[in-house]
Ligand binder design. Structure first.
Ligand SMILES: Nc1nc2c(ncn2[C@@H]2O[C@H](COP(=O)(O)OP(=O)(O)OP(=O)(O)O)[C@@H](O)[C@H]2O)c(=O)[nH]1
Ligand SMILES: [Mg+2]
Length: 365
């Protein structure tokens, strides 16, 4: 493991920890990561582990209770601190639907912001077949996580898998997709490429980018560059948009056989298909991993970057700025003058969360 890396992967909750382990396996040596869960059994997955929840949960997990997960992580979030030395950008992976991933991710991300560490969150949302309770759990926290984090990618599990997939395939695909995105972040920062994004530039772009869309594709054989663009165009994960794309990040990861003409085909194809006022291209050359294959990772952001937010304690985009994107968000009762206040819990509901969010009423502007 690379303890000096400025980039830290944090897997929160039981599934988040499993995803982080999958990422660690995909990368091999060099990944700096920590698994953080209220369930002590996640410590057996291997790798650095931070037990959250302290006395409140005693290592038993949050039992699907978002409020319990949130309070428990809020109490114990400092146990992450020993893993944060020198971290410049945190990539958080989690699965919404349970108590720790759902409630605890918000508190962890707020803590990172308070420490001046921008965060990029990859959060899966539950399969429809998991039922309304888990869907509601997830919906209740999405806007708050989005508000607290610098960049958020929500990955609906339903969209990550085809209808014919069995459960095992579905979960493996979810893990692979998240691993692909983190691969791009990691290699952009740590691996040499023909066209490189500087680590600080990456941090600034991501610091204020807001909600993003994210997809990966891997292709091989003749015509692979065009095939990659066509596959991205078909991607359901890139399909839903709430406004014009402001920034596009396009990463091409390949071996020594990557042709300049292929870079051109992919860059032009992505730019023409998805737009973006700002277009960032990065290519990573890794013969050992990608020989004969080519992977493309796309990130689309609809809000303007606010580089001045990067690294400031609490330096996340305000509700006022986020309204520009047509989405009303609310401070996760951890901002402003209520910053250090205990959440107001009544009958298991967090009353600091506005009623329309607790009742899942959507407002259209
Ligand atoms: N990617 C992935 N997602 C999973 C897996 N198992 C469950 N999920 C999803 O993860 C969501 C959260 O479940 P858990 O990870 O068990 O919950 P948790 O965050 O540990 O919360 P508590 O157990 O309540 O403390 C579920 O609703 C599923 O959508 C898995 O193996 N991989
Ligand atoms: Mg759990």
């Amino acid at each position: 493991m690379n303890g000096d890396s400025p980039l830290l992967l944090i897997g929160i909750g039981t599934s988040g920890a499993r995803i982080a382990c999958g990422v660690s396996r995909a990368f091999g040596e060099g990944l700096r990561y920590v698994l953080a869960d209220t369930d002590a059994t996640s410590g057996q997955l291997g790798g650095p582990f931070a037990l959250l929840g302290g006395d409140r949960l005693s290592g038993r997990g949050a039992g699907g209770d978002v409020v319990a997960g949130r309070l428990a992580v809020e109490d114990s979030v400092r146990s992450l601190d020993e893993h944060l030395e020198g971290v410049r950008l945190a990539v958080v992976v989690t699965a919404l639907g349970g108590g720790t991933g759902g409630g605890g991710t918000l508190e962890a991300v707020k803590h990172l912001a308070d420490r001046g560490i921008p965060s990029v969150v990859f959060a899966t949302t539950p399969f429809t077949f998991e039922g309304e309770d888990r869907q509601r759990n997830a919906r209740g926290v999405m806007s708050m996580i989005e508000e607290a984090a610098n960049v958020t990618f929500f990955l609906p599990l339903d969209k990550l898998v085809g209808e014919t997939d069995n459960m095992e395939d579905a979960l493996r695909r979810a893990v692979d997709t998240v691993a692909g995105g983190v691969t791009l972040f990691w290699r952009l920062v740590e691996k040499p490429g023909y066209i490189r994004l500087d680590a600080e530039r990456l941090r600034h772009i991501l610091s204020g980018a807001g909600r993003g869309r994210f997809a990966t594709v891997t292709v091989q054989g003749p015509g692979r560059a065009k095939e990659a663009v066509d596959a991205l165009l078909r991607s359901e994960l890139l399909a839903t948009s709430s406004g014009p794309v402001r920034t596009t990040l396009c990463g091409i990861l390949a071996g020594n056989d990557l042709l300049l003409s292929e870079v051109g085909t992919i860059a032009d194809g992505v730019r023409n298909s998805f737009g973006g006022l700002a277009f960032e291209l990065a290519t990573v050359n890794d013969e050992a991993t990608f020989s004969g294959r080519l992977s493309v990772v796309i990130m689309l952001f609809e809000s303007a970057a606010k580089p001045e937010d990067a690294g400031k304690p609490g330096g996340v985009m305000s509700s006022r700025h986020r309204k520009n994107r047509g989405v009303l968000t609310t401070g996760p009762n951890g901002r402003g003058r209520f910053k250090n206040a205990e959440p107001t819990i009544w009958n298991g509901e967090d009353l600091d969360i506005p009623t329309f969010i607790r009742r899942n009423i959507s407002l259209d502007f």
